[in-house]
Design a protein around this ligand. Sequence first.
Ligand code: SF4
Length: 376
Amino acid sequence: MPVTPLPTPSPPTSFPIYAPSPARPARLWRPKRVLVTPASLEHAHGRAMLARAEGLGLHVERLAANRLSGLRDADPRRAYAEAKATLALVVAPPTKLRLQPIPPSADWRFDLAEGCPAHCQYCYLAGSLSGPPVTRAYANLDAILSNLGAYLGQGAVTSAQAPRAHEGTTFEASCYTDPLGIEHLTGSLSAAIRHFGAWKAPVQLRFTTKFAAVEPLLDLDHGRRTRIRFSVNARAAARYEGGTASLDARLRAMRAAAEAGYPVGLTIAPILPVPDWAAGYAALIREAAAALAGVPDLDLTAELITHRFTPGSKQVLEGWYPGSDLPLDEAARSRKLTKFGSVKYVFPKDLMQAMRESLFASLARDLPAARILYWT
Ligand code: SF4
């Protein structure tokens, strides 16, 4: 099947070799509104998040009921913009305490929040969130964390696969949010890292992020039981990632986390046939290697995820980003059925194979320390 290359971005792409530059303060999200449900204030963590919001001088609205309402707008663009500027403090429903497997990343997924303030045109949340994309931070953190113990030693990914068994029972915290992007407002991620640090068992907390504000995490007693993965892409894809930290900032943050003793990782995603894609991804991997050069006791993984979409995620993304040139043409893709019988569109086999070989070769040549966990 012919593959339509992506349009050349403007301005022209270049692939500079990574050179450490002085760290600048990361850009932190300031929501326009913070909605506070009564139920969230019954939890110490809810009250702590409210104190953070008030301390930052944010506009706080205490709701009379626990249901978030009034978020829809006849104009979908305005509804999207308002929702993306809103943080809600809520209590996670009981269903959130029944964990789901999350192959190929981890044994289990659990959620500290739902939603993300960034504006990625290929956001993977588009297929899983319903309604306006308000960021909801969960106040019942104690229940969420204490619930994890029931899953120790269970699972079908790291707990069952010999090559990854040393990771222990793994818990993925970034399926429905980017927990680092909202950490300055919640403190939930730090609490989870401390929880795993104190959990003297073969377990691992995992999260991936397109943000870079790792400073509050660096001194935590993490016990090397949290793997921080940085979601990165070829520089030609940067225009699809509104509101995130720059690639340079993410690479600096990865080095800082690794120097603080954290296992780290690269989530290269979503892999796209951007112009001159092989050179673009090779440059990305060289930059990552340069960013990590000389880090002692480096524990590094790589997860490689190609772009895919579903009819539902395409519809949501076209509503959120009507001007995007992200390639969502079914005719240029292979149609696949998931194990649940739903449809997804992936790149044709020949292109998949070419990209796989190219990225694997780049990693083997320029970043051999990276243990590749999966390609999908
Ligand atoms: Fe979506 Fe991640 Fe981008 Fe947030 S940072 S908008 S979760 S892809």
